[in-house]
Design a protein around this ligand. Sequence first.
Ligand code: SF4
Length: 369
Amino acid sequence: MVLLDVKNLRTYFDTKLGSVKAVDDVSFQLKRGEVLGLAGESGCGKTTTCLSIMRMIESPGRILGGEISYEFTPSVIKSYDGFYDRYLYDKVKPARESKKESTLFDEAVIDNILLKRGIKDRSNNLLDLTEAEMRRIRGKHIAMIFQGAMNALNPVHRVGNQIKEAIIIHNPDIDYKEAWSKVINILETVGIDSSRARDYPHQLSGGMKQRALIAMALVNNPQIVIADEPVTALDVIVQSQVLKATKELQRQFDLSMIMITHDLSVIAEVCETLAIMYAGRMVEYGKLRDVYKEPLHPYTEALISAFPSITGPKTELYDIGGLPPDLRNPPSGCRFHPRCSKVMPICSKEAPRTTKIRDGYVLCHLYQD
Ligand code: SF4
């Protein structure tokens, strides 16, 4: 089941020197329980893509177009408390008395609720929701683990209180004791002793701070978690511990995840699907094994070759050469053409179209008819 369907997403940042085309025509899907790795060089648009999904793009950035369809499941519908309650008691009360609770969320009821809200389709575009509606989705149904645990946590509040705040925002009627016991539970689930709940961020190690952020993202039991470089700032031993914990939690909660990283080894460890971004575009997307074993796009191939092998013969480290382009004026045609080892005359003249291949797609003239 597809939970998130991103189509032709475009996010630009307006500057005095022109618009930075940070995300340009990006499309991908995320299924229930799937872990998607989003990789590419710094500045290629990975984080901007995910911040667009969360509708957290701030001025001078703006989402110009596209669609971010999110499958509205019963738990999401339930979170529209006010509307749902009104609808339930005015319209569905007779049905409630004659039927079992679970039937209240059958397809027809959900469609009716959405219809009343003026939402025609069950797969809805997050870009059409109001900010108030989006606040109910954010953190509750789609959560984000932010880059740099030290900056993401508030240094003057105890870690437990910061997690508690995330609970209270989405459950305003919850009492203090219940909220605190949820905090303790989630901290223990991510491997932090409950005694540390009253610590301030600076009292925790780097790995613990990262786990605390994971706890904050998971505490409301979201369907989708976006992890932005969750282990980049950690040393390899802590990295491995946090990745292991993340993987276990993903299985335990049946989470769908988007893992942003420029480290392909992290992706190989936790992801099933891989999307490669270059200069604001998604150039290759497919099953991890296919993309890793047989990369189709020359950029993916170069990115994988640039990753040193610890078992193979010692060779000089491969580098792609050149620099990522200025996204105010990206190169004409294929944006990778100034750095591509397989460049052809057409590449600088015409932008390649998406070619569906295997279970994904590639954006390269080499695969077009
Ligand atoms: Fe290279 Fe041309 Fe393919 Fe771009 S379209 S990646 S320049 S071969």
